[in-house]
Structures are given as structure tokens and as C-alpha cells.
Write a protein that binds this ligand. Sequence first.
Ligand code: SAM
Length: 289
Amino acid sequence: MAYLGNPARTKEVLAKFGMSAKKKFGQNFLIDSGVLDGIVSAAGVTKDDCVLEIGPGIGSLTQYLAESAGKVVAVEIDKTLIPVLADTLSEYDNVTVINEDVLKVDIEAIVKEYNGGNPIKVVANLPYYITTPIIMKLFESGAPIESITVMVQKEVADRMAMGPGNKDYGSLSLAVGYYAKASEVMDVPPSSFIPQPGVGSAVVKLTRYSEPAVCVQDEKYMFEIIRTSFNQRRKTLSNSLANNPALRVSRDQVQAALAEMGIDEKARGEILSLEQFARLSDILQRSSA
Ligand code: SAM
């Protein structure tokens, strides 16, 4: 089998189909076999696994996944790539390509149909323009997902793995930390792609916890607090939270809650850990109107 993960084959396939990468779909095709190997081995894919790939492109990563996994289901939005994938993946009988927008598909239904509702692994070189919505959809879908091993913008990988007090710490760090353990697998330079992205990349692995990392009475309310705190990063917590009518709390109530937790009343959200946000959420919810 002639693998696609190199510059010559990638250019050949694009030329054969008269295609070029589409910016609007975040298309940057991997041409580095070392990186492709690294992704598949970090994901720990075996023949017992069903893998969901998001955005197979021309099939470079899909080929590697098809070799290692029992089953691969690949969701691609760009309909012009479907005949390309039929060609480049013709040797594999364990791949199903679905021509859909991943943000609109029912992930749980896919897991049911292709893996009998058993846990799957997600592996992808993500389209960077929708990284956060995709990650949040995967976590919030309720589908059994064991791990998510994905190529993302380096800056986003850093944000996912950061703790409080760091400039990259924010609502994405907290959301990821609630559901999974994040570890950076490797940095990837722009030269590993055609066309080269304007930013550095990194592969990150999110291994899902069996239960969320903290116990909180109402996770929606907690995530509303988190979003509000980081949307208005420069304001104190008491000012930003009191400004959001959805939270139904006054400045005094927030200050009292912070005092109860032994936190300075002028604190900003960026110093609070996930555990502290959970506690603040429970206290505020009790006192909210
Ligand atoms: N996996 C290929 C590789 O590594 O060479 C391509 C990766 S490229 C960075 C991102 C892929 O995601 C493209 O094929 C793009 O068309 C696809 N894509 C973009 N938005 C999508 C969406 N909403 N749903 C599904 N696929 C999408």
C-alpha cells in the first residue's frame, strides 16, 4: 500500500482529483509519517478498538488507523473529498466514511451503530477553526468515549493542560479538567503539513475520567460561572458574576461566598481551581434568588 503521509503522494492525489486544500474547512493535510505513527501509538489503538476520526481529509491518518484499529468511522464535511477517500481507502474494508458536519451528527447514535454502544476512541487532526466546539460536543454528547487524541493548535494544547495562575488558564482548561486528564504528546511544526498552517501544532491526549473530577450540584450553573469569570477576565469575580442575570446573585452574595471559602473578595477567576469553582457554585446556588 502506498501511504499518503508524505509530500509526493499527497500532491499526486490532490492533482489526480484536481483539488487543493480548502481554507474554509481548515484543511492542512499531514505529510509526516513520524507524526502519523506518533498519533496512532499515543492513542493506543488496537484491533479491539472502534475509532471515530473527525475530518479524514484525503485519508492520510485514516490509513494508519485502519491498519491498527478493528473499525474506523470517519466523519468528513467536504463532499468533494468523498470520492477521493473512496479511492485512497479502497484497500480497507473496516472503514466507514460519513459525509456530515461533525457538529451536527449524533455521536451517541454512531457509537451505538458501529460499536454496540461500547466505548470508542476519538483520533483526529482537527480543523482548528472549530476545535473547542468539537471537544465540548464530544464531552457533552453523553457518548461513551474512552480517550480523545487530537492535533490542535499548540496554544490550544497549552490551554487545555494549564492550571490556575497561568496566562493560558481559562474556561477550556477547566472544562477539559472536569472531564479528562490532559497530556501533551508532541509538538508538531508547520512543515509537517500541506499547506503549512500559520501556527505551531501539538498532539494532545485527553483520557476521560470514569466520573467527573469534582462533585458539583449543578454543572451547568458552575460552567456559567466559569464562562462569566473568564469572559470578563479583568473584573473581580464579585463584579463579573453579579453582572450576569442568569446567575441570579448580587455582589454582596458573591463576596460572602468568597469569604466563606477564605478567598480574597477582590479575587479574579483566574486564581480559582476547578474544586474552588465547584464549591463557589454550590454556595451561590443556595443563596441565588
Ligand atoms: N485528517 C487529515 C490529515 O490529517 O491530513 C485532514 C485534517 S484537516 C486539518 C481537517 C479536516 O476536517 C479536513 O478534511 C476538513 O474538511 C474536515 N472538517 C472541517 N470542518 C469539519 C466539520 N464541521 N465536520 C467534519 N469534518 C470537518
